[in-house]
Design a protein around this ligand. Structure first.
Ligand code: SAH
Ligand code: SF4
Ligand code: F3S
Length: 452
């Protein structure tokens, strides 16, 4: 006799919410794919889900605290649906471990960024021990993570993330990443090349190489020699279907000669680089343990511009780092004026537990931080607008990634990472086509019909 389908036999519903950087976006995609293989179907709201995964970020206090308010909201749902499973993944999970269970007892699973390949086992344990205490797995084993994850399946978007490096050994005095992601680890070149080939076969035309310090990537090449990121980029550019390459995020100290050179040599490598400087004051850079001076950074940018004259730059900045004086801050403003950024992220310094700068007695008052941030953001915004305006009248190749809000509109990216809204005409998602830029807004461009 045939068994009647039970509730367990129906596909379970999964909702993943992602906070933080692109590395978390990549991890969320891999988690969803892995869970799809064991019967979980993605849904768009926690209300409909049997399993909710919060893939969290610990970088600033605000980011980390968001998780607890979200779990509070989920707890209300769970009180009506006791079967619902809540998993906290990512960097808060890694940094706080079982503390997450103590602060938020509604959580069933705490899983670090290098342990999530074991989620299916952990879910089975939760099912067996219904009502038991939560499970914590925050082991650091990056090689196991990449080896044990199942291969990608299904179509890829036109632009795909590919994590090639994890962790950080730099220990900037403000930063939690060396503690939440562990030591620097580079995936072997052969694994990266295989994954890039797979992504291209599934439809990706742009590959964005990811790492906390992606330009520190180094590994054994398929030829048995030691490869640098520059060598890897040259190999990836040869893969059929790979038309655009990017890498993010880089540290100025690892901007080696061959990497600068590759910007002038490989056309698929897009002329846009996110190269965070954090501050323009040598005194602050030193206190941050960045291990370079402002002049070193300016020199790298000059050399990049010689290699690839149209390269556009982006950066991250921290204002109000402990001990930052008005003069130090002016150093940052001067550096920004000298470089001229196409895009940037800027943050008020946030003291993170366990990092050296958090214990510094010279903390800057909140009001001073806010005032400096406003001045810096005014300058950065005006630079971004000037950069965008400068594109008007040009024809730029745009890779279309999604539909626009308006019917008949597509949204894609320029080589310089700007979002471009265009009339679709004959173009489809996944096309790479030239568009005449007609207007520029603060955060995006608009263009005419693509030339197909
Ligand atoms: N690996 C990258 C950055 C990773 S974190 C690098 O070295 O540049 C992303 C950005 O968050 C950093 O560039 C920094 O600007 C910001 N950030 C990190 N820790 C912070 C803190 N404690 N307070 C404020 N901003 C911080
Ligand atoms: Fe954090 Fe510095 Fe490492 Fe970047 S290089 S992840 S800012 S410690
Ligand atoms: Fe946040 Fe972790 Fe990325 S702390 S910025 S999610 S590496």
């Amino acid at each position: 006799m045939l068994e009647r389908p039970t509730r367990q036999a129906l596909p379970k519903k999964l909702f993943v919410k992602t906070y933080g950087c692109q590395m978390n976006v990549y991890d969320s995609e891999r988690m969803s794919e892995m869970l799809a293989a064991v019967g979980y179907e993605a849904v768009h709201a926690a209300e409909d889900a049997d399993l909710v995964v919060l893939n969290t970020c610990h970088i600033r206090e605000k980011a980390a605290e968001k998780v607890y308010s979200e779990v509070g909201r989920l707890r209300a749902l769970k009180s009506r649906r006791p079967d619902m499973v809540i998993a906290v993944a990512g960097c808060v999970a890694q940094a706080e471990g079982s503390e997450v269970l103590r602060r938020a007892p509604a959580v069933d699973i705490v899983v670090g960024p290098q342990a999530y390949q074991r989620l299916p086992e952990m879910l089975a344990r939760v099912e067996r021990a219904r009502g038991g205490s939560g499970i914590v797995d925050v082991e650091f084993r990056p090689e196991a993570k990449f080896d044990e994850l199942p291969a990608h399946e299904g179509p890829a978007g036109p632009s795909a993330f590919l994590t090639i490096q994890e962790g950080c050994d730099k220990f900037c005095t403000f930063c939690v990443v060396p503690y939440t992601r562990g030591a620097e680890y580079s995936r072997p070149a052969a694994a990266v090349i295989a994954e890039a080939g797979e992504l291209a076969r599934r439809g990706a035309r742009e590959i964005v190489l990811l790492g906390q310090n992606v330009n520190a990537w180094c590994g054994e090449g398929p030829d048995g020699r030691d490869w640098t990121l520059a060598r890897l980029i040259r190999a990836l550019a040869e893969i059929e279907g790979v038309e655009r390459l990017r890498y993010t995020t880089s540290h100025p100290r690892d901007m080696s000669d061959d990497l600068i050179e590759v910007h002038g040599a490989v056309p698929a490598l897009m002329p846009f680089l996110h190269l965070p400087v954090q501050s323009g004051s040598d005194r602050v850079l030193d206190r941050m343990n960045r291990k370079h001076r402002a002049s070193d950074y300016l020199r790298i940018v000059e050399r990049l511009r010689t290699a690839r004259p149209d390269i556009a730059l982006a950066s991250d900045f921290i204002v109000g780092f402990p001990g930052e004086s008005e003069r130090d801050f002016e150093g940052t403003m001067t550096l920004v004026r000298e470089i001229g950024y196409a895009q940037a992220y800027s943050f008020k310094y946030s003291a993170r537990p366990g990092t050296p700068a958090a214990a510094d007695p010279l903390q800057v008052p909140e009001a001073v931080k806010s005032e400096r941030l406003a001045r810096l953001q005014d300058l950065l915004n005006s630079q971004q607008q000037a950069f965008n305006r400068n594109c008007v009248g040009k024809r730029l190749p745009i890779l279309f990634e999604r539909n626009g809000k308006r019917h008949g509109q597509l949204v894609g990216r320029s080589p310089y990472m700007q979002a471009v809204h265009a009339e679709a005409g004959a173009a489809r998602i996944g096309d790479l086509a030239e568009v005449e830029i007609l207007a520029a807004g603060p955060n995006s461009l608009s263009g005419g019909s693509p030339a197909i």
